[in-house]
Design a protein around this ligand. Sequence first.
Ligand code: ADP
Ligand code: MG
Length: 242
Amino acid sequence: MSGEILLRAEGVGKRFGGFVALNGIDLEVRAGERLGLIGPNGSGKSTFVNCLGGSFPAHEGRFIFDGKPMAGLAPHRRGHLGLARTFQLPRPFNSLSVLENVTVPLLFGPARETSPAEARARAMACLEQVELAGRAAQHPRELTQVDLRRLEIARAIALRPRLLVADEAMAGLSHTEVAQMLELLFRLNAAGTTIIMIEHVMRAVREFSQRLVVFVAGNKIADGDPNEVLAMQDVEEAYLGR
Ligand code: ADP
Ligand code: MG
């Protein structure tokens, strides 16, 4: 049961030099939705998230999030508007503790009226959600791969986003760890967070996605019911290499 359009990408294009990484992507995401985004390596998935998150500007088109055009807004401003993303390669602040990593986004920007004590309490609650509370005092370099991915999610949800984009949050995780990560994303979604899951772990994508979008070479080639999309011959050829 999805609500209003929360995110709309209109003709988003991105070039790196002469290389077209994204070619006029149109995409709508409804509030409360669980959307899967798949595609071969290099098909533009992370580039799409980077443009959406404000890491770099799109060359053409625009994103409307929660009714507001995102153009020109810095990443932290988008974060405070309810847009969160994780990075494919976790990027913690290595000199800070696990708890401090989650507290930082709460102490800057519009949320800085929050007192340090409140920020710590909220950060701790996020760590509890991702089952990382027991490692609050440790440093990122002491964490396992799965715990680094959990920390990445905890940092992303600290500002209570309306939309969370998880960019390959399951890469390198074991079967059990994938199941745990999946459960966490389901829980966040049940609590009202709209989620875009970018993933190569097809078992997880199938189980999670209510709708599936496929990128190939910077183009959106499919968008619809996951079973129907996965049954399309060109998806098999492009994505599964058959
Ligand atoms: P995906 O996430 O689908 O694997 P990416 O969005 O990371 O793909 O990359 C799409 C294409 O854009 C790739 O060919 C990649 O090499 C290129 N690309 C991505 N980011 C940059 C960048 N910052 N500079 C130059 N080329 C880039
Ligand atoms: Mg990527």
